[in-house]
Write a protein that binds this ligand. Structure first.
Ligand code: SF4
Ligand code: SF4
Length: 396
């Protein structure tokens, strides 16, 4: 990770303009000034950098009650990387031990196994003992069970070749999304390489401030991905994309020999919808007689077009009615595992989101983020179909 002291410069850039107040989902829900980005940073500076104030339980709560959603950073006129400062604070505070030992072991197993299917049967009892709740339904066959490592040729002429990085959530919670990605690429003349030996992108450990575990995952992935021979690595998950684009390099030690390789790999990452909108679709698009609305994932700041691409795609689909909700970019409250630790707060944020979705009258919610799909899908007050934008191309 970038040296904690080096964030001091970023913190000093904060002009206290308060723009970040308008986009922090936590502040907008509980209206506590201490949860606004600028206040969090002031506290971090006073407690962990200048050591003028002691570490208290309230301080820990303020550090923990951040979704790492990046909305503050995206609103900030001087681009202060608030979420990275919070991650660095968690790292310094907890030294990778924010969770209890059982939870940490469980998380590491999940990350090494690229999700929780397969291992889930064995791990569910451990999960219960560890107090992990709200684990979503897990399909019996993961993406890895359906698609072995190898090269998958397209139908007809080869227009391009990509590596597909299917993250843990796609692998185990939404393998059908992975299957759709493979089918859409195949139909559109794109050869796909699935490399052997990938692991989790590392974001769950980064969020916990456990940068040792994160860098294990990162190095494993960088080693595998840097050996592949394509210029493009695609992902369907905006959080995996953000991790590879923005977090991987900063999560390694300053003098880590992996940095160079990590930068090269990170530059190749594209979100699948965005990539397809650039390269163009060759397969005829079938009409879809549905009303849809688009929830923009918080982890969109790593690419300028990652939130435009689904809208472009939807415009191209005959008969599709697209209705924008009032605040499509507002967080759903999931924040990876945040919702497990902050149930009431997350549910409050989510209920505003689902209320806006309902107002559109849409029967389908589109979003690239698997965590949002799972968390919004698990709310009791909606009977929506929720899918990745690419699903629209294969609806029957
Ligand atoms: S990362 Fe999200 S939750 Fe955390 S301070 Fe910024 S806007 Fe608020
Ligand atoms: S938007 Fe940026 S500069 Fe303004 S108060 Fe927030 S962190 Fe500081």
């Amino acid at each position: 990770m970038r040296d904690f002291e080096s964030y001091k410069d970023f913190m000093e850039k904060c002009s206290h303009c308060s723009y970040c107040e308008a986009t922090c989902p936590v502040y907008l829900e509980d209206l506590l000034e201490t949860h606004v980005a600028r206040a969090r940073m002031e506290l971090i500076r006073a407690v962990l950098v200048d050591e003028e104030m002691p570490v208290t339980d309230r301080f820990k709560e303020i550090i923990d009650r951040c979704l790492l959603c990046t909305n503050c950073r995206q609103t900030c006129p001087v681009n202060v990387p608030v979420e990275e400062i919070v991650i660095a604070a968690r790292n310094k505070l907890y030294k990778g031990k924010r969770m209890g030992m059982i939870k940490r072991k469980l998380l590491k197993q999940i990350m090494e196994n690229r999700g929780i299917s397969g291992a889930m049967g064995k791990l569910s009892s451990i999960a219960k003992v560890a107090g992990v709740k709200n684990i979503p339904d897990i399909p019996s066959k993961s993406f890895d069970d359906q698609y072995e490592a190898g090269t998958y040729p397209p139908e007809g002429e080869v227009r391009a070749k990509v590596v597909y990085y299917a993250g843990c959530a796609t692998n185990t919670m939404f393998p059908e999304t992975g299957d759709i990605v493979m089918k859409v690429l195949k139909k559109n003349g794109i050869e796909v390489v699935i490399p052997e030996g990938l692991s989790c992108c590392g974001i769950p450990a980064i969020s916990e401030g456990d940068l040792n575990t994160a860098s294990e995952m990162i190095k494993r992935n960088i080693e595998v991905l840097s050996k592949t021979d394509t210029d493009i690595i695609i992902t369907d998950c905006t959080s995996c994309g953000m991790t590879f684009k923005e977090k991987v390099v900063n999560s390694l030690d300053v003098d880590d020999e992996f940095k160079e390789k990590a930068i090269a790999v990170s530059m190749k990452f594209r979100e699948i919808t965005e990539y397809l909108m650039d390269i163009g679709l060759t397969e005829k698009i079938k009409p879809v007689k549905e009303k849809v609305t688009y929830h923009v994932p918080c982890h969109r700041g790593w690419s300028e077009t990652v939130s435009d691409a689904p809208r472009k795609l939807m415009e191209m689909i005959p008969d599709l009615t697209v209705v924008e909700m009032e605040h499509p970019e507002k967080c759903c409250g999931a924040g990876g595992a945040f919702f497990m630790e902050n149930k009431e707060l997350s549910e409050g944020i989510r209920s505003k989101k689902t209320g806006e979705i309902k107002q559109t009258g849409a029967s389908i919610l589109i979003t690239q983020c698997p965590s949002c799909r799972s968390y919004i899908g698990n709310s009791s007050d909606n009977d929506l179909k929720i899918m990745h934008p690419l699903n629209l191309l294969l609806l029957k």
